[in-house]
Design a protein. Structure first.
Length: 703
């Protein structure tokens, strides 16, 4: 038996998906251990092995693919609990991080505090050196000044240094020599060069990416190294891979060379999971993954995930190409509270895994979204995590009543319903930010719902957006971990070469692509990918002359680029520019900045669908419970069904609740749920009448 394992560390749970070579999947959730994330991984592997009637050593020895996504780096940036960081820069330019791009994140907010830089000003040290934009060495690198800077860093206790010089994306020699000197003077200090992390124009973004890489490098170096050692000691023979922000995975040494790629590594796996379902639910999808702490939203159009190079963490730009994921603090552990004006709010503060929601009976006393769902009867206390944990519904009712109901003069049930309406409104706002606010009508999309809490809210989210279809995979509660078992290995390469399409040096451009593609192909072949499983994707960052921002468009994959290839590139740019901005300028040449190659090693194993019952007529409710009806605004008898008993062709009319070991799906009155696919449930969402919509608005205003 061979296994593929995906593990995603979240704020509340660490998720496990084990795919056997026959396609069968096993899902598991383990409490996260924020003080030592690796502990939850090892404890969960032992528990999974026990469930599979083996031991962790044998399980890992038989594992052919091990992919891990982690929040360690992202949390460190958010909490600012990383190392003392130094920046070595060109003399006279140590305030690049302070000046940013000259814009405020919220330009009309007079009270907005300036985002804090990762590097204190006194540890941003400039040294004499300078290339100009044409490659002329204007000022030679002052090597003695670099040694003086190293001495200053040593006295300050700096443990990681970013090196970012002007024009190093074209001419990196000075950066690399400075890094050599720093390694000689400070052998125990981590050194990161901006030309290795982000060899692109725009000084702030490149410096920021280098600084973030240097900031997270010591922690992830220790964490990933220690985890890999523990896995190998336990029995793992396969090379552990780490999920990247670009939606692919890579080896640990590759991650350590470009550390920013590990940011948001868990959520970046959701599109890979959703793409697995495109044959079932179509190519246009909006994915929501509602976990214990946050809600992540991303979009797939025509079968491809939306990508972005403008993602920021804590108002600092990452710069690298990333799966475009929008996150807000709206998860099962998000806490409901009343602000100073007497208004009910939910999140972004979360109860996390400890103390957790009040119903966990681990010391939590504040009401969370999970507690509200328990009070409303949507979560069955004896079915949580497949019965591994008994929830205390009395503690949920007490927390909701004391902290929300009493302050608003509402019963615990009405207060819980208010919490759900508020968090739903927050989540709808996040989905609108990824769709409507970008000119995309979500009504033609299918909402793919992930996360342990997602199925409780999915239908209401879709209804509020005018969407009519929701797909809840059986793997919903571990969507990102599942995505890791079906994702590809991916390496991104970029080179800066400026020029307009009317003036490009084709010989130089072909040589550039030959070098990038050779690097990508060789890297994947070294990792064991056969040539037929290697895909090389070309693209370029382009814009009209005079524009400030560019878009990324595909480049023809002709063996040798010709003037006809460039004409095709121009046509593609005009078409995509019109699609995004509603106008184009076909008469203008196109200005090109960065040429890119994505080297993809394609996954070949497709997990089989979950087994389901064979006879639709055999499906009967396994029980009945009292659950809240949003339309009637009262508790009503509601049928309960088991997910694994739903046969293909079975249709359930709401109100109903479908329970699975790691997730729950709520079907409201007027909605229908069908097991039309072996790997999930498709919900047809009924749209409210205008009178009902007005009633909902009035009800929200009253809360």
């Amino acid at each position: 038996m061979a296994y593929r394992i995906g593990i995603d560390i979240g704020g509340t749970f660490t998720d496990f998906v084990i795919a056997k070579d026959d396609g069968e999947l096993f899902l598991w959730k383990e409490d996260s251990t924020p003080d030592d994330p690796a502990r939850a991984v090892l404890v969960g592997l032992a528990a999974v092995a026990d469930e599979l009637n083996t031991d962790a050593g044998r399980l890992l020895a038989d594992t052919e693919l091990f992919v891990h996504g982690t929040t360690v780096a992202t949390n460190m940036l958010i909490q600012r609990n990383g190392p003392t960081l130094g920046l070595l820069c060109t003399e006279g330019f140590r305030d690049v991080l302070y000046s940013r791009d000259g814009y405020k994140p919220e330009r009309f907010n007079l009270h907005l505090e300036r985002p804090k830089e990762l590097v204190d000003r006194w540890l941003r040290v400039g040294v004499p050196e300078r290339y100009d934009a044409h490659g002329n060495e204007v000022v030679a690198l002052d090597e003695e000044a670099v040694r003086v800077a190293a001495a200053k860093f040593r006295r300050a206790g700096v443990t990681s240094i970013a090196v970012a010089f002007l024009w190093s994306m074209f001419y990196p020699d000075h950066e690399r020599r400075a890094a050599e000197i720093l390694r000689q003077e400070l052998p125990d200090v981590h050194i990161v060069c901006s030309s290795d992390v982000l060899p692109e124009i725009r000084e702030w973004e490149r410096t920021s990416a280098a600084a973030m890489s240097a900031y997270i490098l010591p922690r992830i170096h220790d964490y990933l190294g220690r985890l890999a050692d523990q896995l190998v000691e336990t029995g793992l023979r396969a090379t552990p891979l780490i999920m990247q922000i670009n939606g692919g995975c890579a080896r640990i040494p590759d991650i350590l060379r470009v550390p920013v790629n590990i940011l948001h590594s868990g959520p970046a796996a959701a599109p890979a999971a959703a793409q697995h379902f495109t044959n079932t639910v179509g190519d246009d999808l909006i994915i929501v993954d509602m976990g214990g702490t946050s809600l992540d939203v991303c979009m797939i159009r025509e079968g491809r995930p939306a990508m972005s190079r403008e993602i920021q963490v804590e108002d600092q730009p990452i710069g690298v190409s990333a799966v475009d994921v929008h996150s807000i603090g709206a998860g099962g552990g998000s806490i409901g509270w009343i602000d100073g004006g007497g208004v009910l709010r939910v999140g972004p503060r979360s109860a996390g895994s400890l103390p957790g929601p009040a119903c966990y009976d681990r010391g939590g006393v504040e009401p969370t979204v999970t507690d509200a769902n328990v009070v409303l009867g949507y979560i069955q206390p004896d079915a949580f995590l497949g019965g591994r944990r008994q929830l205390r519904d009395d503690l949920s009712a007490a927390a909701v009543g004391e902290h929300v109901g009493d302050g608003l003069e509402l019963s615990p049930v009405d207060a819980a319903a208010g919490i759900i309406r508020v968090v739903n409104a927050n989540m709808v706002g996040a989905i609108r930010a990824m769709s409507v606010d970008r000119g995309v009508d979500p009504r033609g999309f299918t909402l793919v719902c992930g996360g342990g809490a997602g199925g409780l809210h999915a239908a209401e989210l879709a209804r509020a957006l005018g969407m009519t279809r929701v797909f809840v995979p059986v793997q919903a509660s571990v969507l990102c971990s599942f995505g890791m078992t079906v994702t590809d290995v991916r390496h991104d390469y970029v080179a800066a070469m400026h020029g307009t399409t009317s003036e490009l040096d084709l010989a130089k451009l072909n040589a550039l692509f030959e070098n990038l593609e050779s690097s990508g192909g060789c890297a994947l072949q070294e990792e064991g990918f056969a040539p037929e499983r290697i895909r090389l994707e070309r693209s370029v960052d382009a814009r009209y002359p005079g524009q400030v921002h560019e878009i990324t468009v595909p480049v023809p994959d002709d063996a040798v680029l010709t003037r006809e290839s460039i004409a095709a590139l121009e046509a593609t740019f005009h078409e995509q520019h019109r699609a995004q901005f509603a106008y184009d300028r076909p008469g203008l040449p196109v200005e090109c900045l960065h040429w890119r190659v994505a080297a993809v090693g394609e996954s070949v194993v497709e997990p089989a669908p979950f087994p389901v019952a064979c006879r639709p007529e055999a499906i009967v409710p396994t029980g009945e419970t009292l659950a809240y009806s949003p339309d009637a605004r009262e508790m009503r008898p509601t049928a309960v069904f088991e997910m694994d008993q739903l046969a293909i062709g079975t249709t359930i009319a709401g109100p109903a609740i479908i329970v699975a070991p790691t997730t729950t799906v709520v079907i409201h009155a007027g909605d229908t749920a069908s097991r039309t696919a072996r790997d999930g449930v498709l919900i047809e969402v009924a749209q409210r009448t205008m009178a009902a919509k007005v009633a909902v608005v009035e009800d929200r205003e009253s809360v």
